[in-house]
Design a protein around this ligand. Structure first.
Ligand code: MSP
Length: 646
């Protein structure tokens, strides 16, 4: 199988932040996953360098647009290796081959009669570099850039986008996986249910010179989106390159929802006009927010990937973003959340499993993997969990449900940690008669670690290689680097000798927000109205504001094994969380799914029966006939998951 995976090409008016890093880490992880399953992959990212806002940023710095673009583009290019992101191609829209392809395509579409000249007036957002409709505005402002668009009237060239509306609707309807997750497919279909306007594709040179000149009228340059989207073709050497022949049919684009319309409507209609097959898939994710606002340069609340790598390490950052965000939904970034994941999932669960297993192998088996004996029930359970993990991992990674893929991996880690506790290798080691059983237990634990090194490779490349080398493999041995060669239980060969490596993940202390995210100290609220005196035991309004209560929708519920009281809930708070609740005596798991409940959302994570609980659901204590019962607190009408309660 072949895969061509792309990120958006990023504007060079701002330095890379966590939002750009997320999309690029996702594309890199998917690329590595595809290679792990044996695909031939090409991965492209790059920078988008023409247009109003780049010209303006250059003017502000008193430099020519090209030298400005050179500087910021290099910052993007230099950031990716720090994140272990390894694209095969880094494209720039100022590259001469790209400019030629854009002009050839414009001429072709013009000759076909799909471009015409007309007068237009509309509301232009410079942040989005496109005209917005009245409907898209919120209180007169662009919702993404939080400022009003400019009214612009001028003569321009237009692309007959409307001509391809029905063909596009038909394609989306016939291909459910063309745009995913489904919510974005529905959003596009709903937008297409109204008549589509034609697309303005030029800017007069009198207003903008920093762009690609139209081949049929040198008084105009092309509009940034017509220029930018074509990068996906240029990067494959379109029209004659062999890469184009080999890969175009297997193109998958990754973007965030801000640029859904250009990718789901402009781009496919452009391709239809050019007579080029449509890309295969568009994967759309949500926003990284800080304090409920999208992280963006215009709002100024950005977190820099370089600082995050310095503070936490590259693999922790990659794991965190992939595990924390449900692909498609928004997620909140905080330093506390990374620290919690690092300490709980990485240092505690994975790190401990690795260090306990290798320490025991060294102590009881001289560091060599022993020959296993007869399997018992607990061994079979471990093997079954490993097999389920492999299935769930492959399915979820292939469909961009990275957080679910990782959940499955952590099921195996949890199971293996429990397996150590229940089999007590230290007790087995005391009795020479138990040697065979000890060998089986140790073999199974090392085999679990080998599988973990294999499946974690796309997500945490450095850690996975370190684990593999520590187990005695070469960093590129197929059984730790290919699902076909190593993606099943029992591939580990007895006799392998451990190598010494450093601890995988140190625990880190919780710290003040750093990473470039400057939190302003909270202003002391001035008491309004009458002066109030302090009351012992009562909260001030500021103390109350520190407690974040949100509405969460329960999307899954199950009993926690060996506990009567605890239920494990999966709750959508605009991000997915796991919450362990002591309501098992009062509710059946099946009756909870779909219920909207109130959740304290900013509690430190706590471990209950080995499960990390990321919040608390609120419930009222009710006493009927002398018997106490907990009743969950809900809202009186359905609201958007994640809505704040105040
Ligand atoms: N240049 C255009 C894209 C042209 S593609 C043919 C552009 N550039 S951008 O620099 O604004 O990048 C937008 C993309 O950056 C988003 O689609 C997303 O991939 C990433 N992100 C920027 N901010 C983000 C968040 N706060 N959260 C998640 N991703 C975000 O649009």
């Amino acid at each position: 199988m072949k895969t061509y995976i792309t990120t958006p090409i990023y504007y060079v008016n701002a330095q890379p932040h966590l939002g750009h890093a997320y999309t690029t880490i996702v594309a890199d992880t998917y690329c590595r996953f595809c290679r792990l399953r044996g695909d031939e992959v090409r991965f492209q990212t790059g920078t988008d360098e023409h247009g109003d806002k780049i010209a303006e940023a250059a003017t502000n710095e008193n430099v020519a647009p090209k030298s400005y673009a050179d500087r910021i583009s290099a910052m993007f290019r230099d950031t990716w290796p720090l994140l272990q992101v390894a694209p095969d191609n880094f494209i720039r829209t100022t590259d001469s081959d790209h400019i030629k392809v854009v002009q050839d395509i414009l001429q072709q579409v013009y000759d076909k009669g799909d471009i015409y000249f007309d007068e237009y007036s509309g509301l232009y957002c410079r942040g989005c570099e496109r005209f917005l409709t009245e409907k898209e505005l919120v209180d007169g402002n662009c919702p993404d850039h939080q400022r009003p668009p400019q009214e612009i009237a001028e003569q321009n060239y237009f692309f007959r986008m409307s001509k391809y509306q029905q063909q596009l609707i038909d394609h989306i309807t016939a291909n459910p996986e063309f745009i995913t997750p489904e919510r974005y497919r529905n959003e596009v279909l709903s937008f297409l249910s109204e008549p589509l306007e034609d697309l303005c594709i030029s800017r007069p040179k009198s207003r903008l010179t920093w762009g690609i000149e139209l081949p049929f009228d040198d008084n105009f340059v092309t509009y940034v989106w017509f220029d930018a989207l074509i990068n996906y073709l240029t990067g494959l050497g379109y029209p004659d390159g062999s890469l184009y022949q080999d890969f175009w049919g297997d193109t998958e684009h990754v973007i965030a929802k801000d640029i859904l319309k250009p990718h789901a409507i402009y781009w496919p209609t452009m391709l239809l006009s050019m007579g080029i097959p449509l890309y295969k898939k568009l994967h759309v994710h949500g926003y990284w927010n800080i304090d409920d606002a999208k992280m963006s340069k215009s709002i100024g609340n950005v977190v820099r990937p370089r600082a995050l790598v310095e503070d936490y390490g590259v693999d922790t950052l990659r794991y965190f973003v992939l595990r924390e965000m449900s692909f498609g939904l928004d997620s909140s970034f905080s330093d506390q959340a990374i620290v919690a994941r690092q300490n709980s999932d990485l240092a505690n669960d994975l790190g401990n499993l690795y260090s306990r297993t290798t320490a025991m192998l060294n102590k009881y088996c001289a560091g060599n993997v022993p020959e296993p004996g007869e399997a018992e029930d607990s061994d079979r359970e471990l093997v079954a969990t490993a097999e389920q993990m492999l299935q769930s991992y492959e399915k979820n990674m292939a469909t961009f449900h990275f957080h679910k893929g990782l959940q499955a991996v952590w099921e195996l880690i949890g199971k293996a940690n429990k397996y150590i506790v229940s089999n007590e290798p230290w007790s087995l080691a005391k009795e020479p008669d138990n040697g065979r059983r000890l060998a089986t237990v140790m073999y199974n634990l090392v085999e679990s670690l080998r599988l973990l090194a294999l499946v974690l490779r796309p997500v945490m490349p450095e850690t996975a290689v370190k684990m593999a080398v520590g187990l005695g493999y070469g960093s590129d041995d197929a059984v730790v680097n290919s699902l076909a060669a190593g993606g099943r239980w029992g591939v580990l060969v007895p006799g392998l000798s451990l190598q010494k490596i450093d601890a995988l993940f140190p625990r880190i202390a919780s710290k003040a927000p750093a990473s470039g995210q400057q939190k302003k100290p909270k202003k002391q609220a001035k008491p309004k109205g009458k002066a109030v005196t302090a009351h012992e035991g009562l909260l001030t309004i500021d103390q109350f504001r520190d407690i974040v209560i949100k509405v969460g929708e329960i999307i899954a519920a199950e009993r926690v094994k060996k506990s009567e009281k605890l239920l494990k809930l999966t709750v959508n708070l605009a991000e997915t969380r796991t919450i362990v609740a002591g309501i098992g005596q009062y509710y059946q798991p099946e009756e909870l799914v779909g219920l909207q409940v109130l959740v304290v959302a900013n509690l430190q994570p706590a471990k209950l029966m080995g499960i990390t609980s990321e919040g608390m659901v609120l419930a009222a204590k009710n006493v009927v006939d002398g018997e106490e019962r907990l009743v969950l607190a809900t809202v009186s009408q359905t609201v958007l998951p994640g809505a704040q309660v105040s």
